[in-house]
Design a protein around this ligand. Structure first.
Ligand SMILES: *Cc1c(COP(=O)(O)O)cnc(C)c1O
Length: 396
């Protein structure tokens, strides 16, 4: 087993060496001023990555799933009605959490491979004349299907219905790799984790609350202790936490968010767009199709690739691991065995991606699929040729 290869799973992602080093630090007293020199700039950097001028950022020792819980428990009460589409494993799991918390969940069943149906949301919100729906929940990027949804369109649907519900968005596999505009899209709670776009090990839930969402905290009655924003606010006011923070990971987040901001968010997004375009060109050259049903919903952070009927797609993932020490993602839930996933978010270059495409070809040829060696690599190379945006930062 070699650890030399990059991973091509859609999280956890590859960790840059400087970020690993930043996480590896001596014990810091988290009640001392030194901790404040990590905490405050980290919150500020994350706010910039979320593209918000005013969001309050909270960082929990947890994962993205904990971020979902922080989003709903701090803003909603038992029995509150929420609206959400189920179009993949992650929206499915957020729905399950809402149901377990006793929320009244209006689920819009949506084919896996399709984005959030904003027009249907507008219809439902318009019909909700009593304004019973307290929150609209949206998974920006369905990591299970490689489908990105149009959050601006969801916001437009809410505005067209003149509906006051909160907009809670799971940006776990988009934030830091794909454009995310908390303020422009009127997002009330943005959720992510450390191990995707932020290029860190798992261990942090990262959430941004709008002023409007913060206004709900006092009246929200869902049970919460660990994720209670009120305790976090008290802690943050004193450079501290209600419990022991994951200081090393937060120091790593300071470095990784600096990296994103130094590269320039637009350059980061362009890099992911270019790499994703190369992967899509390879898939096309292989004569295969994506789970994402149309070009406008194809994700720039993960490609879910359908395999021929009757072929167990999990074999690609297990053979890649055993024969080539390379990690691809399996299909989840409804699409298990029907597709495999190439993750291309976080720390990734064109050259790294070419190695992933080349290995996927060897794996598929080994398993008897009708693939010409080099066909996908050549297609991606054509996409990458001189494709790198020439920025001063990149040239330095
Ligand atoms: C990874 C992921 C999650 C879950 O995050 P964890 O850190 O594994 O708890 C939630 N939503 C999406 C879209 C994800 O990709």
């Amino acid at each position: 087993m070699s650890f030399q290869n990059p991973v091509f799973i859609p999280g956890p992602t590859n960790i840059p060496e400087v970020v690993r080093k930043a996480c590896d630090m001596p014990t810091v007293d988290h009640r001392s001023p030194i901790f404040g020199r990590i905490l405050h700039p980290v919150r500020e950097n994350v706010r910039k990555v979320l593209k918000s001028d005013s969001a309050s950022v909270y960082i929990f020792p947890s994962t993205g799933t904990g971020g979902w819980e922080a989003a709903i428990t701090n803003t909603l009460s038992p029995g509150d009605k929420v609206l959400i589409a189920r179009n993949g494993m992650f929206s499915h799991k957020w729905i399950d959490m809402c149901q377990r918390f006793g929320l009244d969940v209006h689920v819009v069943e949506t084919p896996w491979g399709v984005g959030i149906p904003a027009a249907k949301f507008e219809e439902i919100l318009t019909e909700d004349s009593g304004r019973a729906i307290r929150a609209v929940l949206a998974t920006h990027n369905e990591t299970a299907t490689g489908v990105v949804s149009d959050i601006a369109a969801v916001r437009a649907a809410m505005d067209a219905a003149n509906h006051p519900a909160l907009l809670l968005v799971d940006g776990v596999s988009s934030i830091g790799s794909m454009d995310f505009r908390m303020d422009d899209w009127g997002v009330d709670v943005a959720v992510t984790g450390s191990q995707k776009g932020f290029m860190l090990p798992a261990g942090l839930a990262i959430v941004g609350f709008s002023e409007k969402a913060r206004g709900c905290i006092a009246t929200a009655k869902l049970p919460r202790t660990f994720f209670d924003i009120r305790d976090m606010d008290k802690g943050y006011a004193n450079n501290a936490y209600p419990y022991t923070p994951a200081v090393g990971l937060m120091n790593g987040l300071l470095t990784s968010s600096d990296m994103l901001l130094d590269e320039g968010l637009d350059n980061v997004f362009a890099r992911h767009r270019r790499i994703a375009t190369g992967v899509r060109a390879a898939v096309d050259a292989w004569g295969m199709a994506l789970c994402a049903a149309s070009p406008e919903v194809q994700s720039d952070t993960v490609s879910a690739i359908l395999t021929p009927p009757g072929f167990d797609a999990n074999r690609i993932v297990s053979h890649a691991a055993t024969a080539y020490d390379m990690a691809f993602g399996v299909g989840l839930g409804e699409v298990a065995g029907k597709l495999f996933r190439i993750g291309h978010l976080g720390s990734l270059t064109d050259a790294m991606m070419l190695s992933g495409i080349a290995t996927a070809e060897m794996v598929m040829v080994d398993l008897g699929l009708d693939i010409t060696l080099g066909s996908g690599v050549a297609a991606a190379q054509k996409t990458f040729l001189l494709g790198k945006p020439r920025t001063t930062k990149a040239a330095a």
